[in-house]
Design a protein around this ligand. Structure first.
Ligand code: ATP
Length: 257
């Protein structure tokens, strides 16, 4: 028996103002799969990710989370099933790193909304996984950009959703942590979760994606397997710059001409 899709988009199309960001396309994400959204600035990647997260309505078509439209989910149940790493982390007030990660536990809390020792254990473990175990008591306002990004990833790990939606998870990360965090996310997919992420780096997309959706910024969409979509010609057209593909030791790399 095949697994039920974690996420489906049926005949989806998105418009902002007068402009169509993407013409009709469909997708299915199964447990274990990693889908990468690619495209130039302003093409509509974040808008698409937010639509898949149920934060905005599609202009045309429908989105199903675990087989149900978002309207069929309570907010808390949806937050236990899917989690979003936003592009920016808004910090308006001082709070510790541990408290910030514990926010990820909120969909799981009982009636009184109090975090217990198990929530704290999960949050501390998530901090360890992103290499920040020693920073639990630090004020988030004192963190570097890359440290703050890893705290946001830890909050998503603590939330422990089936489906992870990530907007530029490598934002602010150095080379070591780009690979470490994407390996971690890829590992969650390998363990049966689903992943949809916006990436800017085509080479990281080639390394981590099973499926790719390439938006060209003019309403065009190319959706398919990594091999189908990551072609120098298609990428060059979408990004407005010619690319050359190299395959070395089993890794695919694209270099701008
Ligand atoms: N409420 C809105 N009103 C008008 N235009 C909007 C609105 N929201 C988004 N847009 C426009 O829609 C387009 C898509 O935005 P989006 O943030 O989805 O792009 P993106 O592909 O994620 O870009 P980037 O790579 O720069 O992060 C942009 O041109 C943006 O200015």
């Amino acid at each position: 028996m095949s697994a039920a899709p974690l996420l489906e988009a049926r005949a989806l199309a998105l418009q902002v103002g007068e402009r169509w960001l993407c013409c009709e396309f469909s997708l299915q994400l199964l447990p274990g799969q990693c889908l990468v959204l690619l495209g130039p600035n302003g093409a509509g990647k974040t808008t698409l990710l937010h639509t898949l997260a149920g934060l905005r309505e599609p202009t045309v078509g429908s989105v199903l989370l675990g087989g149900l439209p978002y309207a069929g989910w309570s907010p808390a149940a949806a937050a236990r099933f899917r989690g979003l790493l936003a592009q920016q982390q808004p910090d308006h007030f001082s709070s510790t790193v541990l408290e910030t990660v514990l926010v990820g536990r909120h969909p799981h809390l009982g009636r009184w909304g109090w975090e217990g020792p198990e929530d704290e254990r999960i949050a501390r473990e998530a901090l360890e996984r992103v290499g920040l175990g020693a920073m639990a008591t630090r004020d988030v306002l004192t963190l570097s950009g890359g440290e703050r990004q890893r705290v946001a990833v830890a909050a998503l790990l603590a939330q422990a959703p089936q489906l992870l939606l990530l907007d530029e998870p490598t934002n602010h990360l150095d080379l070591h942590y780009q690979i470490a965090i994407l390996d971690l996310i890829r590992g969650l997919a390998a363990a049966g979760r689903g992943v949809v992420m916006v990436l800017h780096d085509i080479n990281l997309a080639a390394r981590y994606a099973d499926q790719v959706i390439l938006l060209d910024g003019r309403g065009g969409v190319c959706a398919g397997s990594r091999e189908e979509v990551l072609q120098a010609g298609l990428l060059g057209e979408a990004f407005g710059h010619p690319l050359r593909r190299f395959d070395v030791d089993g890794r695919t790399t694209f270099i701008p001409e």
